[in-house]
Design a protein around this ligand. Structure first.
Ligand code: SAH
Length: 346
């Protein structure tokens, strides 16, 4: 059966090439064409003989998602609505910031975790993405950037990456392999709503990357209201698992906290949060809730945000307030719902 090239690790490609009766170095040549020259069409791989090119065309293929809409925010953020081979729609977001270009990618079509404040949750889970559907978002973004370099990748688009564990892990291996995308582990962040068994499993894989955990409340009963996953995997168990994760891996964990007006930014929330974070070596990333149609939440005012952040000044350098990017095009955190707007102005 023909194989998707973008889901093969070098050793797998080498084996397939050996199985075709070809020499190992041919695999390296193919990897060079794909990952250095960004050419996936075998017909254009002129360092290979014509017979080999024909053979390869029957064995391997590359399917990139089709861009069906590009929206550009006033702040330069670009949102891509992508169509997959079965017509499923996903979104990815490219966020330029000085010399940095961060790509926010999806790991599932929809999501099963049902976080109450998130637009993706309203779609439910349609299906997991295949490994090549994850790596091909990165390939496409690199093509889109042209001369500019893609510097960072975050699994913060649609889906819960740890619910699509095997495909996400394989994609990360391909993204990091120096014969493939060659991303350094510290430039890849996986964000999770807190799937405890999979966090433990992730630590055991030995793969390095940055881990972000969407906390959003350090009060168990409150977190259960907005994040149903918390009824299965409690905050205290989550903390134990993360301390263990931190012990086994190299980077500090980042907690993400979406500030919701009149819900999770009061005094008791600050107290619980400081207690929760107190004995973990971590960072805290706060952002304000971005509006999602039909959801009953509100974004806090600038003054309320300032008060909340100031009340956590003991965390000093470990706290960052991330300004939302791309909100005018529904590309900010939690706004991805793969809505297809037919009447966009060209
Ligand atoms: N499922 C993963 C990754 C996708 S969500 C996770 O939960 O981490 C990426 C981030 O967007 C999470 O931190 C989530 O809490 C945040 N988020 C979701 N909806 C949001 C909204 N409406 N406004 C701001 N952030 C939101």
């Amino acid at each position: 059966m023909a194989k998707q090239v973008l889901e093969l690790l070098p050793e797998e490609l080498i084996q397939s090439i050996l199985d075709l009766g070809e020499k190992k170095f041919r695999a390296k040549q193919i990897l060079n064409w794909i990952y250095l020259k960004k050419i996936t069409n075998f017909a254009e791989m002129t360092s290979l003989s014509e017979t080999l090119r024909l053979k390869l065309q029957n064995q391997f293929y590359t399917t990139l998602p089709t861009v069906i809409q590009r929206s550009i925010s006033i702040d330069g953020t670009k949102k891509y609505l992508l169509s997959l081979s079965d017509e499923s729609k996903i979104e990815m977001v490219l966020i330029p910031n000085g010399k940095k270009n961060t790509l926010c990618i999806s790991s599932q079509v929809g999501c099963a975790r049902n976080c109450q404040f998130c637009a993706t949750a309203k779609l439910g889970l349609k299906r997991n993405l295949e490994t090549y559907e994850i790596t091909s978002q990165v390939f496409l973004a690199i093509q889109e950037l042209g001369e500019d370099k893609l510097t960072n990748i975050v699994f913060m688009g649609m889906g819960e990456p740890l619910d699509n564990f095997d495909n996400v892990i394989k994609a990360i291996r391909i993204l990091q392999d120096d014969l493939c995308f060659n991303f350094s582990p510290r430039r890849i962040t996986l964000s999770t709503s807190g799937v405890i068994p999979q966090i433990a499993k992730l630590a055991d894989t030995g793969i390095k990357m940055k881990l972000a955990v969407s906390l959003n409340s350090a009060i168990q009963t409150k977190r259960e209201i907005i994040m149903p996953i918390s009824t299965t995997y409690s905050i205290s168990e989550l903390k134990k698992t993360l301390i263990d994760f931190r012990r086994k891996t190299s980077y500090r964990i980042t907690f993400e906290y979406v500030m919701i007006k009149d819900f999770n930014i009061g005094n008791e929330d600050v107290k619980a949060l400081l207690r929760f974070l107190g004995d973990i070596s971590c960072k805290l990333n706060v952002i304000k809730w971005n509006e999602v149609d039909d959801l009953p939440y509100k974004t806090p005012s600038d003054k309320e945000i300032e008060k909340f952040i100031n009340s956590m000044s003991v965390l000093s350098s470990a706290i960052t307030y991330r300004k939302s990017r791309g909100a005018d095009i529904d590309a900010a955190c939690g706004q991805l719902a793969a809505k297809y707007i037919h009447n966009v102005k060209e």
